[in-house]
Structures are given as structure tokens and as C-alpha cells.
Design a protein around this ligand. Sequence first.
Ligand SMILES: [Zn+2]
Length: 552
Amino acid sequence: MSFLVTARKWRPKIFDEVVGQSHITQTLKNAIVNNRIAHSYIFAGPRGVGKTTTARILAKSLNCMNSINGEPCGECEMCKLFNNQQSLDVIEIDGASNRRIEEIRTLRESVKYAPTKGEYKVYIIDEVHMLTTESFNALLKTLEEPPEHTIFIFATTDIHKVPLTIISRCQRFDFRRIELGEIKSLLHKIAEAENIKIDDKSLTLIAKKADGALRDAQSLFDQVISFCGNNVESDVITKMLNLIDEEVYFIISDAVINKKYEDAFIVSKRIYENGWNFIDFVDGLIEHFRNIMTVIVSSNLKLIETAEVYKEKYNNYKNEFSEGDILRILSFLNKLQYEIKNTRNQRLTIEISLTHLIGLEKTSTISEILSKLNSGNVQLTDDQEKKKPILKPDISDSPKSENNSVKSSINSDPIIVVDKKNLNTGKEFKRLWEILIDKIIEEKFSLGLMAHTKLIEVIENKIMLELEHPEDEAIIKNHLQYINQAIIEILKNKYELVFTNSVKNGGKQIHNSNSESSIPKQTIYDDAGKKPFEEEHPLIKSIITELGGKEV
Ligand SMILES: [Zn+2]
């Protein structure tokens, strides 16, 4: 196999081939098409994300004789000269090694001369932040009165070190870190073209290690290929780069759920024996719990940068932790992150900390107390039916609820009691409800007011809504047929909308306008203005005893 470094072989030749920076390349193309060329540009952003590459394409396109839609043609005389690095009109300067005033003076001299063949003389100064103050001052004079046909493109990884006087005279473009998915898909494309077998997990490992820098990803890719040949397996990459196996993070989060203390020692032993870095491990563990947090709060797996196989695992954690639990874990790990850097015995610190982590008691949130209360302790008043549960998340259908004492206290959501097989958690119902409201608002202009309704409770097949303006009820009722259909479509079941502050009741909040009400009035959602909670109310008692609340 003739070997040409991937980064060079796959270096973009036109703007459209630049990965992950379309917000910049599109603007530059438009500028060329409309002939609105600035005299100086500054490209800022992390290393290896395409700044120099974009600068070169811009330089080439500016001098191209048949530029098409702002892209260089690649075939005219100017493009060919450029491709063979023979163009005298594009001058590349490395700011790091030409930082002194003498060199900038030479540059200023050369700027005076017109381009030899092309329309523009383009100076690309890489790592411009490395210039000395004197050099910047000398450069500034040129920028203040730039010779016509001269264009400067500065690139920097450290925009804060570039004087504002320079920046303010340039058109600034901020290059972004390239997303994991974008890096993966480019590597995948390259692998296919080169007939290399590589799986998703391996691509993820390489892309992750590159941390947003495409160039780094490509050189890692080369390294891996020269080590593994044309058949790449993730285990080999893990060993070769001595990466921490992500499985260990899952072992820890599982241990937290199942209170398996010995796993703290098993994991610590594995880190030690593999020669992994304990500091990296803590960083990785923080990212891991951050991923779990992402799943809990957004259910959007796309926000997690990990291999496909792990995404499913993360999804399974959705009902195992509450936001409060994860926040406490993250704050604990943040402290550990500091501690591990300053300790003499990292292994011991990790073992102690992981044991603590696994033993962390769950936070009691108000919603959890409510769910505890209502799972049997709440005494309803005599005139209320006691048949139906209230404020109790239905977890009976969940297979995970067996043998898992943690579960009941963390999977609580006080608002929703739905007894439908596929909507067995309050969170899932709320998620679907939000989708439903979005759909309604998008499809029916006149129902925009639905955005201002508040979901109060769901009991059996009744959805209690509070209206911002009780008069809105009439408008909603006009579209009831449409709404009911949307409900069936999204929630997969029939539900009746009940307005807690219906005009029929003078706009007052009640929990059910239906006479055969089965809903006890005593919930925290009761209209506080009507009747304040009494001291002996079980909720108040719990807030005082379990959360240390005080009567004010
Ligand atoms: Zn051309």
C-alpha cells in the first residue's frame, strides 16, 4: 500500500470540502461571488480545525481565473501554479518563526510590489499571535493603508494574544471545534475509499481522542492503520493508545445503583494495572455522569458524544437517577478532580472516593417525599374516595422495579398518574405532552394559547389543565375535535381535558369540573389562596422533618 498521510491526501481543495465550518466557507464564497473582498481576515479557533486550509482555498480562489460560485476551478494556470506550490502571489509565513521586527519589515517592503501574475497578492500569516509587540505595530501600519491588491489572512489559535488594534482592522471568523459525528463520518468515508474495515466503536475512539481537531483525528487514523492494517478492531486501538475502556465508567454507575462497593476496588485495580491515568479516569467519569444527566433532562441521545453501542446504555439510565442525584454526584466528582491532582496516593484516593460515591445517599426532593407520602401514608378525608391513588408514579409495569429499592424513590414525578401500559412514567408522559403542545401550536395558529396552559395533573384519563386566561377555554373547545385527534396520535390514548379554572366555575381553580370526581382536593397543587396548608398536613410534616424546613 503506497502510503500518503491521510491529512494531506484528503486535504480539502475547495470550500465545500472543508468539514464543519460551513458558516465560514459559505460567507467567503458569497464574498468572492459578490466581489466584496476585505483587505484583511483573521481566522481564530482551536488547532487542526481547518483555518490554514480555508486560508489557502481563499487565496487560491481569489486568484483563480474561472472561479465558479466562489470556488477555485483547480484547473486554470493560477490554480495549477498554486497546487504545485509555485505561485509567487501567495506567501505563507509562520508567525512563530518569523516573529521579529526585521522579518515584518521585510514583509512590509515586499507588500509594495504588485502581484506577479494573479489579481491579488495574498499573505497568509499562521500563528499570528506569536509576533512581538514591535512586529504588530509595524504590521498595523500596513493594515491601516493596505496596498490595493494585497490581502492578509491571519490565523491564530490564541485570539486573545492578538492586539485589538489588529483584530479591529480584520474581518474575523471564528472556527469551531469539529463535532464527533462529523469527524467520524469523514473517517468513515476515508476508510471506505481506502478499503479499510473499521467499526463504529473504533471510529468513536479515534474521534474522541482527537477532541475536535480533524487533523489530529487523521494522523491518529494513520497511526492506527499502520499498526492494525486494513482490519481495525477497537480492542487493539484501546490498547495501542492506552485509552481507558469506557466500560469502567458504566461499572461505576451500575455500582452506584446496586450499591456494589467491591466494584470500587475492582475498577481501581484495573486502572492501576493497565497503567491508565487516574486523573484522566476522573475526567472521564465526570463526562460519563454528564452524559447520564443529558439523557435525564433532554432524552436527546444526539447530544452525547459516544459510540452507538453506549448510547443505548445511557438511555437505560433515564429512570435510574434523578437530576438531584446526578448533580450531587457531579459536585462530588468535581471536588475529587481537584483532590486527585494534589494527592500522594492516587489509587487510595480513588478507592476511598468511589466507595463514598457508591454509598451516597439519595437526595430527598420534595417530589420524592410526595411520592413516598402518597404511596400509602396519606390519609384522605372521609368524603373523598380512596380507591384511586394520587401523585403516585406508576412503576408497576417497569421490569426494573423488582429487586431495586433505589428505583422507587428516584423515579418519582408527582404530577402524573397514568395507568396506561406504555406511559408508565410521569416523565415519559410529560415528554409526550410537550411534543403534543408543540405540534398543536405549529399546526393551528389559533391554538397558540395552548403554550400558556399549565399541566396540573393527569389522573386516569383526565388531563387537568390550568389556563392563563379562563376565557381561552371557549377557543380550545372550538377545536376539541382536532385536539382529541392529536391526543390520540401522540399520547396513543383517549384523554379528556379538564380545566381547573373553568369559567363555569367562575374561573376558580378546582381539580375537576366533573361531578363524579374521584380526585382528592388535598394536593400541593391546591389553590393556595383558598386554604393554606395546615400544620398537620403530611407534606408539611415531611418538609419539616426530612428537609429541615421551618414555618415562616
Ligand atoms: Zn482556477
